[in-house]
Design a protein around this ligand. Structure first.
Ligand code: C2E
Ligand code: MG
Ligand code: MG
Length: 745
């Protein structure tokens, strides 16, 4: 059977029994002892007792006196009245509860009324059985009264609680026993309290007069109210204590939460710090890596290589002597960059790094020094021969064509090998030895060269000159010599070529053939030429101002290709002319043929600018370069200087004069002046005159001389031709003063 149906049957059965109990009570009610005032008194008392409740501290149960009048009725009147009072009392209680907002379920009210009627009827049955249990109706003896009331209270409790538990267990489909413990047991207090109060009332009414009853009731009322107040106070302080406890718990919980939050934050902070320090460690590692590696090829860099060499030096000569340092320089790499762009250039360098890694062992150190330079430390070799064979292997690998972005690129390279020289205490020196070896490979145009100590001293001297040259002007070590330029027709001086001299304070005279190329390499040729221009212009202007006879003299200054490519040349010339006051037409610039042709388009531009200023231009060492006739035509030069090698080759019998003849006739065709350099013999002079060469310069006339000696010469000589008439005070051709001889000359 289903639960709901069972429940409905239960309610129905209880209702039927309850109703039967009420009908029975009404039908059998003995009203003989009841007059109206007693009834009113009973109802009043019922009303009061049903409202008397004491809520027990720390308990859900209430001490209710609602059953007092029911039990009282059993003692004083009859069980039937008790049934009716019970029905009345439950109705009043439900009514009050409803007014307080308690909502009753559909059947609950009816069930309450009928179950109380049925329960009380059950109690009546027990009550009526008391005499059979040996209990008399004499309640005036206290034990009798207590036993009877106890049985009454227990019976009432048992019936009412059982009926209530039945109702709820069926309704909720829960265990009867559990439901009874929850719903039924708590009402036991109502029966106990009601029985207690009924007993007291019974005793009072039986033994006392009205005044005593009144006083007793008053005392009981006051006691009740006091007790109620006391209970309320207790409940309140318990509530307060509980609230304080709750607050404390709440505070503790909040604190715990706070601590937990704090711990969480701390954990986060620690994690963050851990992250930061990990990042820091990582970036430190990255920085360290970056400090010792090349970005482009990911190879170790110069700093790394130096560190490694340092380490090897510390291992001592026995270990170090088995190591070799290779210096690699890719030739024509600049061309790749210029013609195909830096992206292709970078790619070539990456491939070079890759090929080097492939053809060497893991223990060898490969480093990129910068640009197209690489260095390698070959580990633990038995001989120089082994190092050489590695070098040739590298050469073979790196000279294979590179195919990059569809371009097939060929690159050559030079390799210098330096054995680990233990006399060299600095790693930089070992690397420099390999660099020197690489340079000698370049000079000799071989793929691999081994370092040798002679080359090192030459190189070191070169380095020293390079450094010293920067300070040569301020140390006043530079001077100009002037070599006269002679008219081959009349023999008179027409001008000079200013030739630079370096008298090194420690090394003595150093030839321009040695230091000019160095100065061109380092760029110091530009400030030096600026000084030469100023010096030469000042000197010539000074001489021109001496006499009318010297007015037409010119001075030639040699200009290097490096300076020609620099914008400062024009301003340097302007400055020199302006400061000296020399007219532009008296200054001549000598530019070697190869320089002029090297970057002809740019040269034309600058030379035109200079030529427009009125400055004369001369092509020096003509015949040694490869002049393009079209450029020769376009260059704004006035003079061609035939290189001394052509003059030198003109022998006694006039051999090789054909070239000279061609050059001279070319200048005639181009309508330029022609100067022959290096005339040392009268034969050469004669031939050049015969060919129609207008001007000449050479030891036959004069060596380059310092300014003061030229000055004497200017005053003494009117003709420099050895066979011509000497019209000046000096009658004979004087041997020019010799220059300071020196190992650098
Ligand atoms: P260069 O411009 O061709 O100068 C002529 C060189 O021939 C000078 O050499 C001169 O002394 C030498 N010489 C003249 N006549 C004779 C001769 O009859 N026989 C022989 N054997 N030699 C003769 P120097 O002074 O040693 O100059 C060498 C080169 O140095 C010059 O050749 C020039 O290219 C360069 N040079 C000299 N001074 C300067 C300068 O101030 N600036 C630049 N850029 N280069 C300079
Ligand atoms: Mg010259
Ligand atoms: Mg020359």
């Amino acid at each position: 059977m289903n639960q709901q149906r069972l429940f409905n049957i239960y309610v129905y059965v209880v209702s039927v029994f309850g109703l039967a109990s009420i009908i029975f009570a009404v039908a059998n009610l003995d009203t003989s002892g009841l007059n109206t005032s007693t009834l009113i008194l009973i109802l009043g008392a019922l009303l009061i007792t049903s409202r008397l409740t004491l809520s027990l501290p720390r308990s859900n149960s209430h001490l209710s006196f609602s059953d007092t009048m029911i039990f009282f009725s059993f003692l004083f009147f009859s069980g039937e009245l008790a049934i009716l009072l019970a029905v009345l009392e439950i109705s009043i209680s439900c009514f009050f509860l409803k007014t307080k907002g308690v909502v009753f379920e559909r059947n609950a009210l009816v069930f309450n009324v009928f179950s109380v009627a049925m329960g009380t009827a059950g109690t009546l049955l027990v009550w009526r059985s008391l005499p059979f249990l040996g209990l008399t109706n004499d309640y005036l003896t206290t034990p009798n009264l207590i036993t009877s009331l106890g049985i009454l209270a227990f019976a009432q409790f048992a019936f009412i609680s059982t009926l209530a538990a039945g109702y709820y267990s069926l309704k909720r489909a829960a265990s009867f026993w559990k439901t009874w413990k929850i719903e039924g047991f708590s009402i036991s207090m109502t029966q106990i309290a009601g029985a207690g109060l009924a007993g007291v009332a019974y005793k009072l009414i039986s033994y006392s007069d009205l005044v005593t009853i009144g006083v007793s009731l008053l005392v009981l009322g006051i006691a009740y109210l006091n007790y109620r107040q006391l209970l309320r106070d207790i409940n309140e302080s318990i509530d307060q204590a509980e609230k304080a406890e709750r607050d404390k718990t709440e505070i503790a919980r909040a604190k715990a939460e706070e601590v937990e939050e704090h711990a969480k934050q701390l954990k986060l902070l620690l994690e963050k710090e851990e992250d930061i320090s990990r990042d820091l460690r990582q970036s430190k590692q990255d920085l360290e890596y970056a400090a010792f590696h090349d970005n482009l090829t990911d190879l170790p860099n110069r700093a790394y290589l130096i560190e490694r060499l340092n380490l090897l030096l510390q291992l001592g000569p026995e270990v170090a002597k088995r190591y070799y340092v290779l210096f690699l320089d890719l030739s024509r790499f600049k061309n790749i960059n210029d013609s195909l762009g830096h992206t292709v250039g970078d790619e070539v360098l990456r491939v070079v790094a890759l090929r080097l890694r492939r053809c060497l062992r893991d223990e060898d150190t490969i480093a990129r020094l910068g640009g197209d330079e690489f260095a390698i430390i070959l580990n633990d070799l038995s001989s120089l021969q082994e190092a050489k064979s590695y070098a040739y292997q590298i050469y073979d690998h790196l000279t294979q064509p590179y195919v990059i972005h569809g371009n097939k690129i060929f690159s050559d390279l030079f390799i210098g090998i330096a054995p680990f020289d233990y006399e060299q205490l600095k790693p930089e020196d070992i690397l420099r030895d390999a660099d020197i070896a690489m340079h000698s490979a370049k000079e000799e145009n071989v793929s691999v060269a081994v370092f040798d100590k002679d080359v090192r001293s030459k190189y070191l001297e070169h380095i020293r000159l390079e450094g010293d040259l920067r300070y040569a002007i301020e140390r006043e070590e530079l001077a100009l010599n002037y070599q006269p330029l002679i008219s081959l027709k009349g023999g008179e001086i027409v001008g000079f070529e200013a030739l630079l001299r370096w008298y090194h304070s420690e090394l003595g005279f150093i030839s321009p053939g040695v230091f000019i190329p160095i100065s061109e390499d380092t760029g110091s040729v530009i400030p030096i030429t600026k000084w030469v221009l100023a010096e030469a212009c000042n000197q010539l202007q000074e001489w021109r101002e001496r006499s009318e006879v010297f007015r037409d003299l010119t001075v030639s200054v040699n200009i290097s290709g490096r300076h020609l490519a620099d914008r400062s040349l024009v301003t340097d010339i302007e400055e020199a002319l302006e400061i000296s006051g020399l007219p532009a037409t008296h200054l001549k610039l000598e530019i070697t043929e190869s320089t002029a042709m090297e970057n002809a388009e740019r040269s034309i531009e600058t030379l035109n600018e200079v030529s427009n200023m009125g400055v004369k231009l001369s092509i020096d060492d003509f015949g040694t370069g490869y002049s393009s006739l079209s450029y020769l035509h376009r260059l704004p030069f006035d003079t061609l200087k035939i290189d001394r090698s052509f003059v030198l080759n003109v022998g006694e019998n006039g051999e090789d004069s054909g070239i000279l003849q061609t050059i001279v006739s070319l200048t005639k065709t181009l309508k330029k002046e022609v100067v022959a350099e290096g005339i040392e013999t009268e034969k050469q002079l004669e031939l050049l005159r015969d060919l129609g060469c207008e001007y000449g310069q050479g030891y036959l006339f004069s060596k380059p001389l310092p300014g003061d000696e030229i000055e004497t010469l200017l005053y003494q000589k009117t003709s420099f031709l050895p066979f011509a008439d000497q019209s000046s005070s000096s009658d004979s051709f004087e041997q020019p003063a010799t220059e300071v001889p020196h190992r650098y000359a």
